[in-house]
Design a protein. Structure first.
Length: 261
């Protein structure tokens, strides 16, 4: 793990992941390299290997990553790279735009996509760039929208338009990043329904397991994961998308298309 990490997680291995997925009836998984590992994707690749053909991954790479390393990651099941702008504290749209262009150019020849964790304000500033990149863009965790601010918060309308036009995907996952009203985070419902209503073909769902703790005052000491009722959140999807055909798109068809299952 990197020295400058914001927390130190407890162990969460493939066996625990498999047990959760069995309990939820989930067959496929996409493993994303968390911020605490920096550009070390070993744990992600190990998780994919343990799971086999039903797993894909999203990597974090350094600016000087070479073609050989990208091909190694691809062979290991990686299908995209992540820009964690929110955790890195990047709120300057100019810097965000430069990072996004770099990432798109990097993955363009691989058939990958770029996954971005940022805020609606930054997304609004990136709208024209995202629309013209030529590679898929996935925005994490409701695009960073906060449930208490509602659908009228600055930048959310731009996210909805990008999704509606098929220019971006969005994950309606990690509701605890958007809301403090657990255990089912019902105040995220207007956000989820606005995004699904705009274009269900560009919406993804995930457990976001294991659930990272909040930044710790003692980041080098192991901190327990958040306790999240994953079954309740999966049931909540039925409220966000009452139509079974829409849920099939979100849970099955969209990820199969994007991640190459």
């Amino acid at each position: 793990m990197i020295a400058e990490r914001r927390y130190t997680p407890e162990p969460a291995g493939p066996a625990a992941m498999a047990a959760l997925h069995r309990s939820l009836g989930i067959e496929r998984v996409v493993i994303v390299t968390p911020s605490v590992y920096g550009v070390d994707n070993t744990s992600t690749l190990d998780g994919i290997l343990a799971r086999g053909a039903t797993a894909r991954g999203i990597a974090v790479v350094e600016d000087q990553v070479g073609e050989a390393e990208l091909r190694r990651l691809q062979a290991g099941g990686i299908r995209g790279i992540r820009l964690n702008l929110a955790t890195a504290g990047v709120s300057d749209p100019v810097v965000a735009a430069a990072r996004l262009r770099w990432a798109a150019e990097l993955v363009g020849g691989l058939g990958w996509h770029v996954q971005v964790y940022t805020t609606p304000v930054v997304i609004a500033a990136l709208t024209k760039i995202v629309a013209g990149l030529g590679v898929p863009v996935v925005f994490d965790h409701f695009g960073g929208a906060q449930a208490e601010a509602g659908v009228r918060q600055t930048g959310f309308a731009e996210l909805v338009r990008l999704v509606g036009a098929g220019r971006a995907y969005v994950k309606i996952s990690g509701a605890y990043h958007s809301s403090r009203r657990g255990p089912n985070y019902a105040d995220c419902t207007p956000l989820a329904q606005a995004l699904i209503g705009a274009n269900a073909e560009r919406v993804l769902w995930g457990t976001d397991w294991p659930h990272p703790p909040a930044p710790s005052p003692t980041p080098l000491r192991p901190t327990p994961f958040r306790t999240i009722n994953d079954g309740l959140l999966l049931q909540q999807l039925g409220t966000w998308a009452p139509d079974a055909a829409v849920r099939e798109k979100i849970l099955v068809r969209n990820p199969a298309r994007l991640y190459g299952f």
